[in-house]
Design a protein around this ligand. Structure first.
Ligand code: ZN
Length: 426
């Protein structure tokens, strides 16, 4: 490995720059055998010189008798070529500083974005080198099989980290947390299935909440769900009054973060429905739980629990043989009557549907009939699931008379077993 600290010769620097000017970019790259897709450039007057080839050229001029530097001999970026060039007095700039991504910009995949801007080509939350703003990547084909964001209302984005508990203090989650605390706008990129990645919208981070999830290794774990909302542009003047109000609310309670999952993995359908209906005992306000988002997440989880991994449509011709990348059944949670049309964000207006049934219900010729049928079926499923949860609680009480504060569906306060059954107790 060549030591870039050995680059010291000013005349070699001047010779390399003069050579770039004389040959032009393509011939210069060809001479030193480097590709042009570089995130980092040395700015010389109005010229931009690709940073790694420039380092190789300076090396060649200073050490003509030693082997030439090849691309794999040293790293690019701020720690490698960038640092060496800065030390030699160059102004080093990045592609993101020169030409930041514009709304609507589209790339074949993450590698194409990496080729243009550098940085990390895998993580879901990154800062492109030199970029002022954080970028979030949401991928319909990613590990979380993200749904398209709902641009008209707040939506959730599952935090970064495929295995082990999510952390607020590390990696991409820390970037997003700092955007939340500083109320900074974030670039939101989305890739629909089989399509390119597009810088779809600016978003702000309204809050975050802990949810119970399953890691890539199949183990239950706490996961961060970020609550994002689309805004018209990066400056606060472009944000709607509602968004600014939500940000104010969230900001007031920022300190109260319990750092624990807000939903237990074993929460019952009835408990989740209670949360949706706001009957759950108040926790410490955290700025996220006060918004509707946590309720919305509970509704979604309740529906998935109720579905038991099966499409809830009575017309279903069968679930896909394939699971999603997390090993779970491929199910979309759909609002039967659209929220935009006044539909409730409640499990009794939501169905877990396989992709086929979801398409029929949304785009089919008989969509109206599908909606009516689904509402009927889901109402029955809702009652059955609540009843099943009640039976389960009853068994729990009978089996364990000392059980504290059993949950009783539909009553304002928890009931002791003796109050329910007239048991004489001890
Ligand atoms: Zn189906």
């Amino acid at each position: 490995m060549a030591r870039l600290s050995e680059l010291t010769d000013r005349s070699a620097v001047d010779a390399a720059v003069a050579e770039f000017k004389r040959l032009g970019r393509q011939a210069f790259l060809q001479k030193y055998d480097f590709a042009e897709s570089e995130a980092y450039f040395a700015r010389v007057d109005d010229l931009l010189i690709d940073s790694k080839p420039l380092v190789a050229a300076i090396w060649a001029h200073q050490y003509p008798e030693r082997p030439a530097l090849r691309a794999e001999d040293f790293s690019g970026g701020p720690a490698g070529a960038g640092r060496a060039l800065r030390r030699l007095g160059f102004d080093v700039v990045t592609q993101a500083q020169l030409e930041p991504p514009q709304l609507g910009d589209s790339y074949r995949d993450r590698t194409a974005i990496y080729d243009r801007y550098g940085g990390n080509k895998q993580a879901g939350i990154i800062r492109l080198p030199g970029d002022e703003f954080v970028s979030v990547f949401s991928d319909a084909e990613g590990p979380y099989a993200d749904d398209p964001p709902t641009l008209a209302e707040a939506f959730g984005y599952r935090g970064e980290g495929l295995v082990g508990p999510h952390k607020v203090t590390a990696g991409g989650n820390a970037l997003l947390e700092s955007a939340r605390l500083s109320v900074a706008p974030v670039r939101f990129w989305y890739r629909p299935r089989g399509e390119p990645f597009t810088f779809l919208t600016w978003v702000v981070v309204l809050g975050r909440t802990w949810v119970a999830g399953i890691g890539g290794d199949g183990e239950p774990r706490p996961e961060l769900e970020w609550q994002l909302e689309a805004v018209a542009g990066p400056t606060q003047a472009e944000w709607s009054p509602q968004v600014r109000e939500s940000l104010d609310d969230a900001g007031q309670t920022v300190e109260n973060d319990p750092h624990v999952p807000e939903a237990r993995p074993d929460a019952t359908y009835a408990e989740l429905v209670d949360r949706v209906e706001g009957r759950e005992p108040q926790r410490k306000p955290t700025g996220v739980i006060r918004t509707d988002y946590a309720r919305s997440a509970a509704a979604r989880r309740a529906v998935l629990l109720r579905s038991q991994g099966q499409c809830e449509s009575p017309n279903c011709t069968g679930m896909p043989a394939e699971t999603n990348r997390r090993g779970e059944p491929i199910l979309d949670v759909d609002h039967i009557k659209d929220l935009a049309l006044g539909g409730e964000d409640h499990p009794r207006n939501m169905a877990a549907l396989c992709p086929n049934c979801h398409a029929c219900k949304t785009r089919g010729r008989n969509a109206a009939r599908w909606r009516r049928e689904l509402l009927r079926v889901v109402a029955l499923a809702d009652v059955a699931a609540l009843h099943a949860a009640k039976q389960q609680d009853r068994r729990l009480w009978v089996g364990d008379p000392n059980h504290e504060e059993p949950f009783l569906q539909g009553q304002g306060k928890p009931a002791r077993p003796s109050e329910v059954y007239g048991s004489t107790g001890a």
